[in-house]
Design a protein around this ligand. Structure first.
Ligand SMILES: Cc1cc2nc3c(=O)[nH]c(=O)nc-3n(C[C@H](O)[C@H](O)[C@H](O)COP(=O)(O)OP(=O)(O)OC[C@H]3O[C@@H](n4cnc5c(N)ncnc54)[C@H](O)[C@@H]3O)c2cc1C
Length: 299
């Protein structure tokens, strides 16, 4: 095996495609639990605007399987070890062991939603996390931003671009200082610091938000901030460098600090489908370029 790709999102599939087209034998292992699976459609990927996440993946897998150099396996990689022969040995949850020269890490991220009862019934249908992904669909509507931390400040500024009717709810947390509250007032943004007791709506479409003091506000949907989990056993197992926020540090060609280990997509920082695909593409290029360089020097 020349390359094993961990994760079959846009980053992993693009890396596999380029490496496979570069005549490397590639195995892509995917447990198929991407965080965007909750959405009905994805936006802003040129030629793929409005595509369902499952259709995107199916089309991607079909592209890969046209190449005899690429194989796809369903499963989860649990462990990676370096062998004495400078290879990497990967163990899957099913107990399969694969040895390879190069590993591409593209597992995406896991996320935790704010602690609001029933929020998962709306997330991906009328509540979202990224205005660049879903802002257009929610434009000019009465929206809520559920934000439990002050990190939300930049999202609030962005959301004003898509709607003039924005309520920010902190779900019982006190996260903004007096100065920030004054800025909200100036920008006609109402801040509600009461705990949210209920989200009301039908079939994922939010209609109103109920607070602990009994107030109910009508909203057609909105956004929420999420906590993103980038922890991975492989990072420690292999001594891979991460940045202050815990994301893997990789250069434009996907190189990490460990020779033979590449990373792309959201495990290097939250992004969008087209960005992850592009990072995966460049990682495939990096793998082929490195192999060509090594082969040439060895002649
Ligand atoms: C609600 C929501 C809506 C979004 N809408 C849009 C949108 O409209 N437009 C847009 O551009 N972006 C959107 N995004 C963001 C987009 O989903 C991500 O940027 C993109 O999917 C990241 O690609 P990736 O390849 O890095 O990871 P992912 O797409 O998350 O793929 C990673 C894959 O690796 C698998 N995996 C993880 N660990 C392992 C392991 N140990 N072994 C094997 N496989 C593993 C996962 O199960 C998953 O299948 C949205 C995200 C969310 C949450």
């Amino acid at each position: 095996m020349d390359v094993v790709v961990i994760g079959g999102g846009p980053a992993g599939m693009s890396a596999a495609l380029v490496a496979g087209r570069g005549k490397k034998n590639v195995v892509l292992i995917d447990e198929n639990k991407p965080r965007n699976a909750v959405t009905k459609e994805s936006h802003a990927f040129l030629t793929r605007d409005n595509i369902k996440p499952a259709d995107f993946k199916e089309k991607g897998r079909r592209d890969l399987l046209k190449y005899p150099t690429i194989a796809i396996k369903d499963g989860r990689v649990l462990e990676i070890k370096k062998t004495d022969q400078s290879l990497f040995e990967l163990t899957t949850e099913a107990g399969e062991i694969l040895q390879t020269k190069n590993v591409v890490i593209t597992p995406g991220l896991k996320e935790t939603l704010p602690a609001v009862s029933g929020i998962e019934n709306y997330y991906g249908t009328s509540l979202f996390s990224c205005p660049f992904c879903d802002g257009w669909e929610m434009k000019d509507k009465p929206l809520i931003l559920i934000a439990e931390s002050a990190q939300a400040l930049h999202v609030i500024k962005l959301l004003k671009n898509w709607t003039d009717d924005l309520i920010v709810a902190t779900n019982g947390h006190s996260v903004f200082d007096t100065e920030q509250k004054k800025v909200f007032e100036l920008n006609h943004i109402r801040l509600i610091e009461e705990k949210i007791t209920e989200l009301k709506g039908n079939n994922g479409e939010l209609k109103s938000v109920v607070f602990k003091n009994g107030e109910e506000v009508e909203r057609s949907g909105g956004f929420c901030t999420t906590v993103l989990d980038n922890s991975l056993p492989f990072i420690e197992q292999l001594g891979i460098e991460v940045n202050e926020a815990g994301y893997i540090t990789a250069d434009m060609m996907g190189h990490t600090n460990v020779k033979g280990i590449y990373a792309a997509g959201e495990i290097t920082g939250p992004s969008q489908l087209i960005v992850s695909a592009s990072q995966g593409h460049m990682t495939g290029v990096g793998i082929i370029a490195d192999a060509c360089e090594e082969a040439f020097q060895n002649i």
